[in-house]
Design a protein around this ligand. Structure first.
Ligand SMILES: Nc1ncnc2c1ncn2[C@@H]1O[C@H](COP(=O)(O)OP(=O)(O)OP(=O)(O)O)[C@@H](O)[C@H]1O
Length: 877
């Protein structure tokens, strides 16, 4: 260390305090990175890696980014999963004696981002923290860019993972020393940075004190947190992390909202994924999701709120109706909706601007944008005066025009201020007399120069003499080469050009000093006034953020109304009857991808008396999965408070929606397709209640026919009989044998999705009809999928033989190419079990008969009995 320059010593001392962050060290107009940090950053940012002191034995690697463009570089480092510590000069280099003092002024981590460039406007950017006490987990999460701070407690790992998936924090704080490989695995799969924080940050008592101090409250009761345990620890740890990373007072964080899991519809991770709520399972990504169909919001705040509504549908009748009435009013009053939306479209991201205002990074344009956005508020209030629904009326009653804030900003800043304060020109004239005086001096420089030019031309007789200014040389007099002989002695030569020479005089020098001082003072004064204004606005954060929240909600209501009106949705009737009755329901996403009117609507009736378990059979591609999903989506959209894609709908509220749709491998968790399928099914059977809606699509598909059929059968029975009332279930299956369940279970019904065979082809009607089906049409679908014709022809032959009761496959045509194992297979024949699972019991019965010990009469009686049983099936035994 002693061999290093004082500057490098300073660097290393600071770096030692931030070992896990890349340190950006301010030097002049650049942020420099050194050593390993430089190597890492150069690679990510694709910038040149150079070295300091190139001739030394071990030159120090370094790279740098310009100070004024640092934001975008920081964004890239964060996106690559790093933390960045920003080390600034904290004293004026001109006044510093020796080495300029430097300190880390902020640490940017994936969960603590406030700069808009780093954030996607319609997604929240949460920092989460988890603490545990006797199996109960506290999860707190904060979007510092918008001040959205919430906390929940859940019981068990599964519930925590479900909640984490719903919230999707970008970074998660956990206590050091926690051994939770399951959580680490989950974080790495979800692109969630895991940060270990010292255990003392989670100390219950200190966390409580920290919360009370930060929110300036007397006790945790003010926010309803008093009954929480690990939730308080998690929330306190977040505040500690903010302090540690130098985010200042964060005056905009004025409240934390606790909630209980039962306050919202429970949606587990598999359901959010399978119903494609936020992202499609296919390559379409967000485009194939329900969110994409529903998101017609016009403000970033509204976009984020709509996502929240979608992830957290409501379960209480009165709160859903409260929203729904407002949506209905906006649907009915098209011109009110259009006017409101017209205004909303002009409002910028007030929440995120306030985040930057509070941490002190908001620039003049941010404040100007804030003022312009707030100026719209009175116009919206006027429109809300005619509203009749309680939601909109309450909103109008609580409306705060914030005219004082908007006008103070508008009065202080010029109309279109520059991005940065560096060159002044931000503050309006008339705001500060001192500033006006210094500005005048700077402006007067122009007329002074013109006067001086005239005067010097007269004095010297050089008509072409010019008085000019440039950034490098300051003020100077320029005389062309031809006139040099006329230049007086007191002119001091400064620079020689090809055709002219440049001079300076004492008078010009004095003037220059005055002007430069005035300029510097002007910029200083402007900065001071601006920072004061920003501080004042920061104090108003609770009012401004409350209004940003109202704007977000209004945007969501108007958006759901807009989608309802343009997509022909209906207002669902809501009750607690347990009945789900949908007339002409459609799948909101699939119908968007089809031509107008091409989607075939369907009716679905579920209740707790006769239609509790619907068994839906039908060939591949018929539309079974679509119907299943559309029922779940319609229920979910109704409980968001929105309209639904149907002609009519009555929705008895559900507490949870569970789905097991399709089979997917989860190799990162080391679970096979079938294991995933069974774990998800187990999860449903353990968690579903009589108020839940369960969607099961082909469970048991991932194992052998018999195992699968038996499991599917048993699961359907369990859901039918659960707690005597059963769980409303839609069950799509390929196992035709399951249709027998409808005869045995009083509340189960068979449905099938209709198709018609036509000249060896198949017509899909996508229509749900009562009754079961006994055909798969798998071969037709295989043909549609483009299997070679010879395979199709051969499969038809085999099928025909099997359907005629002959379970030996037909011989292959002479000359047909022999597959590797085909001859052997053909010889051994087909196992009966594979093709006629329902007859296996018969095989077992016959095999078990001891014919040698039977009388002919007993043999005949047994044969009669077996014949009888063939009619009724195995369970009729
Ligand atoms: N009601 C409908 N109206 C129009 N097209 C539909 C309808 N339902 C489904 N489709 C179309 O049929 C395709 C297949 O539907 P879906 O995946 O629901 O069939 P499935 O019966 O579940 O098939 P599989 O058993 O092979 O999974 C859909 O992608 C869609 O394009």
């Amino acid at each position: 260390m002693s061999k290093l320059t004082p500057m490098m010593q300073q660097y290393l001392e600071i770096k030692a305090r931030y070992p896990d962050a890349l340190l950006l060290y301010r030097m002049g107009d650049f942020y420099e990175l050194f050593m390993e940090d430089a190597v890492t950053a150069a690679q990510i940012l694709e910038i040149a890696l150079t070295s300091r002191d190139k001739n030394a034995e071990n030159p120090i690697p370094m790279c740098g980014v310009p100070y004024h463009a640092a934001d975008s570089y920081i964004a890239r480092l964060i996106a690559a999963g790093h933390k960045v510590a920003i080390c600034d000069q904290v004293e004026d280099p001109k006044k510093a004696k020796g080495l300029v003092r430097r300190e880390v002024t902020r640490v940017v981590t994936p969960g603590l981002v406030v700069e808009s460039r780093n954030l996607s406007s319609k997604d929240p950017n949460y920092l989460g923290a988890v603490a545990e006490a006797r199996g109960t987990f506290g999860l707190a999460y904060l979007d510092i860019s918008t001040a959205d701070f919430q906390v929940v407690e859940v019981v068990g790992q599964e519930a925590l993972l479900d909640e984490l998936h719903r919230v999707s924090p970008k970074e998660l704080l956990v206590p050091e020393g926690w051994a939770a490989p399951w959580l680490e695995r989950s974080c790495s799969q979800r692109d969630m940075a895991l940060t270990w924080l010292e255990e003392s940050a989670f100390d219950r008592k200190r966390c409580e004190e920290r919360l009370i101090e930060h929110f300036r409250i007397h006790s945790l009761e003010s926010f309803g947190l008093q009954h929480m345990g690990p939730g308080i620890q998690a929330a306190g740890a977040i505040l500690e992390y903010i302090r540690k990373n130098h985010l200042g007072d964060c005056t905009h964080l004025r409240k934390i909202t606790p909630y209980a899991p039962g306050d919202f519809m429970h949606l587990d991770e598999a359901t959010v994924r399978n119903l494609e709520l936020l992202s499609s399972l296919s390559t379409l990504g967000r485009k194939g999701s329900l969110l994409h169909v529903l998101d017609a919001t016009l403000t970033p705040m509204g976009g984020r709120r709509l996502q929240r509504w979608l992830r957290y549908p409501l379960v209480r009748l009165e709160s859903i109706r409260y929203r729904q009435e407002a949506v209905a009013e906006m649907v009915d009053k098209g011109s009110l909706r259009a006017s409101v939306r017209g205004h909303l479209g002009k409002i910028l991201d007030v929440e995120r601007i306030m985040g930057r205002v509070s941490v002190g990074t908001a620039n003049p344009r941010d404040l100007a944008a804030l003022a312009r956005s707030l100026e719209i508020l009175p116009q919206i209030k006027e429109l809300l005066a005619e509203a009749e629904s309680p939601f909109l009326q309450d909103m109008a009653a609580d409306w705060d025009d914030l005219e004082d804030v908007a006008s103070k900003i508008a009065r202080t800043l010029v109309d279109d201020p520059p991005l940065s304060l560096a060159n002044g020109g931000v503050i309006r004239r008339g705001v500060d007399p001192e500033l006006d005086r210094t500005t005048r001096l700077a402006l007067d420089a122009k007329s002074w120069m013109a006067d001086y030019e005239v005067q010097e031309r007269e004095k010297t007789g050089i008509a072409s003499l010019k008085v000019r200014y440039n950034k490098v040389f300051g003020y100077f007099i320029e005389v062309s080469k031809a006139n040099l002989a006329l230049v007086p002695d007191h002119y001091v030569r400064k620079q020689t050009l090809v055709n002219a020479e440049r001079f300076i005089t004492d008078e010009l020098k004095t003037f220059e000093t005055q002007v430069l001082e005035a300029d510097e003072k002007r910029i200083q004064l402007e900065e001071q006034i601006f920072v004061e204004l920003r501080g004042w606005v920061a104090q108003e954060a609770p009012r401004i953020l409350a209004m940003a929240g109202r704007v977000a909600e209004l945007d969501c209501v108007a958006c759901l109304a807009e989608v309802a009106a343009t997509c022909d949705y209906c207002r669902p009737e809501l009750d607690e009857s347990g009945v789900i009755e949908i007339r002409d329901g459609r799948h909101p996403v699939i119908e968007r991808f089809l031509k107008d009117g091409a989607f075939v609507p369907n009716d679905v009736m579920l209740d707790q008396e006769e239609n509790q378990v619907l068994l839906i059979t039908g060939p591949n591609m018929a539309g079974k999965s679509t119907i299943l999903r559309q029922v779940a989506l319609i229920v979910l959209m109704a409980q968001m408070g929105g309209f639904v894609p149907a002609a009519r709908a009555r929705i008895g509220l559900v507490d949870r929606i569970f789905t097991r749709v399709g089979a997917s491998d989860d190799l990162t968790r080391g679970r096979s397709t079938f294991m995933v399928e069974m774990q998800e099914t187990a999860h449903i059977l353990l968690q579903a209640t009589p108020q839940s809606l369960v969607i099961l699509d082909e469970i048991g598909r991932g194992t052998s026919t018999f195992d699968g059929l038996s499991l599917a059968w048993a699961v359907a029975e369990y859901l039918h009989d659960y707690q005597d009332r059963g769980v409303k279930t839609l069950f799509a299956t390929h196992y035709h044998e399951l249709t027998e369940l409808a005869d045995k279970l009083p509340r189960a019904k068979n449905y099938n999705v209709a198709v018609k065979e036509f000249e060896n082809d198949i017509l899909f009607f996508h229509r749900l009809l009562p009754g079961g089906t006994n055909r798969s049409y798998g071969i037709h679908v295989a043909q549609l999928a483009g299997l070679p014709q010879e395979v199709i022809v051969r499969a038809r032959e085999i099928l025909a033989r099997l359907e005629s009761g002959n379970h030996r496959p037909p011989e292959r045509h002479p000359g047909a190419p022999a597959g590797k194992r085909s001859r052997k297979k053909a010889k051994t024949g087909f196992q009966m079990s594979l093709f006629q699972p329902s007859l296996e019991w018969l095989r077992d019965e016959i095999a078990a008969l001891d014919l040698d010990r039977m009388t002919p009469l007993a043999a005949l009686q047994t044969l009669y009995a077996l014949k009888e049983q063939i009619k009724t099936g195995p369970s009729g035994k």
